[in-house]
Design a binder for this molecule. Structure first.
Ligand code: IDP
Ligand code: MG
Length: 152
């Protein structure tokens, strides 16, 4: 098996969350389409109505920020689609495809720039999450997809 096999556990992987705003607006397919059209592969995928506890762990780096509880309320407001995406340099590639955190500022052509806008909410609703580093990706994949983690 080589690393060109997307199911090879040694291939680079990232965690993508298609957030509840995108799910509710019927944009899940459009986000997945862009990721696949770019050439990355879908390694694992599930629809989840995430708990407060799971989200608090996922966003632990933001604990103490004023938007922390609104963010958890937004992210648990409805189903989201969690995806493990694989491919060489996929962590950096997905971050680039996502665009800036603020969807008003996100460049046209990016997922957030094309599909997101400011709705005036306490938590920024911006369509998609992607892991920001290899360390984050490993931690987040273990949290959302423990079944995909290979023990060594
Ligand atoms: P990222 O998703 O682009 O990596 P982070 O700074 O890690 O951005 O923030 C996590 C999420 O928290 C964002 O995607 C957004 O939904 C929300 N968020 C970030 N900053 C703010 C803010 O200043 N006010 C409200 N919500 C925010
Ligand atoms: Mg982040």
């Amino acid at each position: 098996m080589t690393t060109s096999d997307p199911l090879d556990p040694t291939a680079e992987r990232t965690l993508v969350l298609i957030k509840p705003d995108a799910y509710a607006r019927g944009l899940t397919g459009e986000v997945l389409r862009r990721i696949e059209a770019k050439g990355y592969r879908l390694v694992g995928l599930k629809t989840v109505h995430a708990s407060h506890d799971l989200l608090a762990e996922h966003y632990v780096e933001h604990q103490g920020q004023s938007f922390f509880e609104p963010l958890l309320a937004f992210m648990s407001s409805g189903p989201l689609v969690a995806v493990v995406v694989g491919g060489n340099r996929v962590i950096e590639g997905v971050r680039s495809m996502m665009g800036a955190t603020n969807p008003t500022a996100a460049a046209p052509g990016t997922i957030r720039g094309d599909l997101g806008r400011d709705w005036g909410t306490a938590a920024v609703e911006n369509i998609v999450h992607g892991s920001d580093s290899a360390t984050s990706a490993d931690r987040e994949i273990a949290l959302w997809f423990p079944e995909l983690v290979v023990q060594d």
